[in-house]
Write a protein that binds this ligand. Structure first.
Ligand code: BTN
Length: 263
């Protein structure tokens, strides 16, 4: 069988993202594997990418499990060495989400990015992103972990109403290596722009695809509930929440949970 990582190489339009790395038939979690390697002192180049055909302990946000069946989807993590201040790293999931959205657009679809880091197709989740940072010798090392439902057409009962895949929407099976190459190729120029100009330069790209914009939402911030209208994102990546009294809150993903979204 052709190694997935080797098959990826001629499809990439990148200089460094995904140019080094490995693919595995099975891992516990691509994020965990990459972080373990970093923590044991391995020096890995920027863009180093691990993929797994299946994950036995795929990790989602807030301690959730990421459903990772074999032979159908994409599960991958890649490493960044941003030269920017560590506090800017919170906006990288938004940049990764934009790259996934751009890949889906290459397939003729109209994805939406749901702040802070989900991608939706037809109102259901098609992709989740888990970014983790470690300071190694005072430098931020960021692992961007992405799971994209590509060819899965059947989901466990608890996910049926909330999850979808590329194949469910297009009614065709897609080439996973090509989808990964398209995602990484979309990410690299966005990342270079982010490094040079900050997330502020990408706000309009995000807003064009913002699933929450103009919707009524409820946010839990530090145990206090705020209801209002989502009003896009700020240049620092925080979500703007317009309250009925006219004030605008800047919601930080680290402390906010969306409780309700009206379509
Ligand atoms: C979420 O929406 O909760 C985030 C899900 C992130 C899943 C991906 S799959 C590849 C990488 N490895 C993991 O263990 N998690 C991320």
């Amino acid at each position: 069988m052709t190694d997935f990582f080797q098959a990826l190489q001629p499809l990439l339009r990148t200089r460094f993202i995904g140019r080094t790395g490995e693919s595995f038939a099975e891992l516990d979690s691509t994020n965990r594997e990459l972080i373990t390697r970093l923590e044991t002192g391995l020096e890995l180049p920027e863009g180093y990418c691990l993929t797994a055909d299946t994950q036995t302990q795929g990790q989602g946000r807030q301690g959730r499990v990421w459903h990772s069946p074999a032979g159908q989807n994409l599960y991958f993590s890649f490493l960044l060495h941003p030269s920017t201040a560590p506090e800017t790293v919170v906006t990288l999931p938004l940049v990764a989400g934009l790259a996934v959205a751009m890949m889906l657009e290459e397939h003729g679809l109209q994805p939406q990015v749901k702040w802070p880091n989900d991608i939706w197709l037809d109102g259901k989740k098609v992709c989740g992103i888990l970014c983790e940072m470690r300071l190694i010798n005072d430098r931020p090392m960021v692992v961007i972990g992405i799971g994209i439902n590509i060819n899965q057409t059947e989901f466990p009962a608890e996910l049926q109403d909330i999850a979808t895949s590329l194949a469910l929407v297009t009614h065709t099976q897609a080439n996973r290596a090509k989808c990964l190459a398209e995602t990484l190729s979309a990410f690299e120029p966005l990342y270079q722009r982010w490094q040079a100009e900050g997330f502020a330069a990408l706000v309009s790209d995000f807003t064009q695809r913002d699933a929450l914009y103009g919707k009524s939402i409820t946010v839990n911030q530090g145990g206090k509930l705020y209801s209002g209208m989502a009003d896009g994102v700020n240049p620092d990546g925080t979500l703007r929440l317009l309250l009925s009294d006219g004030t605008c809150l800047a919601i930080d993903s680290g402390e906010a949970h969306l409780l309700r979204t009206q379509k």
